[in-house]
Write a protein that binds this ligand. Sequence first.
Ligand code: SF4
Length: 131
Amino acid sequence: MKSPLSGLNPSEWEALCDGCARCCVVKLEDEDTGEIFYTDVACRYLDLDTGRCTDYANRSSINPDCATLSKKNLALMRIMPSTCAYRRTHERRTVILDVKSLSVCGKVVSEDEVAERDLEDHIVDWISVDD
Ligand code: SF4
């Protein structure tokens, strides 16, 4: 079945993002099961006060791990948070309008502050690919 996202024009696509920045945190994947875990460690390019990317236009080149969602890579949806407006639209579910409650601002630290070996200690349950 065609995704409801496929009919969006570029400005409609951009407008759908609520700026929660949940997709802008470091994710860990279980190599055996493929399970995705979210952490409270944000990409170093995220402005922790505004929840906006500080180099949005170049985000996929400056951070190869950036989940740069587009109509051409809807397969990425499997790693997006269950609350993501794109994912919910894609799955024909109600979009959550309480953006303030979704925002990571005030709840995350920068990856510059956390050693890679400690990332597992930062796994959280308030962002998840599951409901
Ligand atoms: S999780 Fe979805 S709605 Fe939130 S910032 Fe990322 S793309 Fe936008």
